[in-house]
Design a binder for this molecule. Structure first.
Ligand code: ZN
Length: 151
C-alpha cells in the first residue's frame, strides 16, 4: 500500500495566482501547485538553505528537492515557451500564526491579537484596564495552529 503523502506546510499563499504573457496568443498553461510555489518562495526568494526550507515545510530534503526542481522546470518552460503560469492545488496545510486571546472583565468583550505585538493596555471597546488572557487561551500548543488549506 502506498504511504499517505505528508501534507506540506505552507506559510504564505500567493497574492497572484495567474501570470499571463502580454501577448494575444499564449502557448498553454504551466500549473504550479501551492506547495511548489512555497518551495520557490522559501529557497529562491528568501534564500533559505534547502535543509531549513524543508524543515519549515515539514518534508524531507529529497522531497523538497523534487518539489523545487519541478517548480523551476515549470517556470522555465513558461518563460521560454510563453505560457500562462497558474498557481493552484497541491497537498498542503496552511500555517496559521498563533494569536493571543483577551477578555475584558468589565464589558465582556473578547478579542485576539497576534504574537509579537505587545500586551494590550485597555479594552478596545470600553477602555477598561480590567483585562486578562482569555480562559480558553493557554498559549500555542504542539499540533495547534494548522488548518487544511485549499484555494
Ligand atoms: Zn471592556
Amino acid at each position: 500500500m502506498p504511504r499517505p503523502r505528508r501534507c506540506r506546510r505552507v506559510w504564505a499563499l500567493p497574492n497572484v495566482t495567474c501570470f499571463r504573457p502580454a501577448v494575444q496568443q499564449t502557448s498553454g498553461e504551466a500549473v504550479l501547485t501551492v506547495d511548489e510555489f512555497e518551495a520557490v518562495r522559501l529557497k529562491d526568494l528568501l534564500g533559505m538553505e534547502q535543509e531549513e526550507a524543508a524543515k519549515k515545510m515539514n518534508i524531507s530534503q529529497p522531497t523538497f528537492h523534487r518539489l523545487i526542481s519541478s517548480a523551476r522546470k515549470k517556470i522555465a518552460d513558461a518563460l521560454v515557451s510563453g505560457k500562462t503560469i497558474k498557481v493552484e492545488g497541491g497537498a498542503y496545510k496552511m500555517v496559521e500564526m498563533p494569536k493571543r486571546k483577551f477578555k475584558c472583565y468589565d464589558c465582556g468583550f473578547e478579542w485576539e491579537i497576534e504574537y509579537g505585538t505587545g500586551r494590550p493596555i485597555e479594552c478596545p471597546k470600553c477602555k477598561s484596564r480590567n483585562i486578562h488572557r482569555h480562559p480558553d487561551d493557554r498559549g500555542p500548543q504542539r499540533g495547534r495552529g494548522l488548518r487544511l488549506g485549499r484555494i
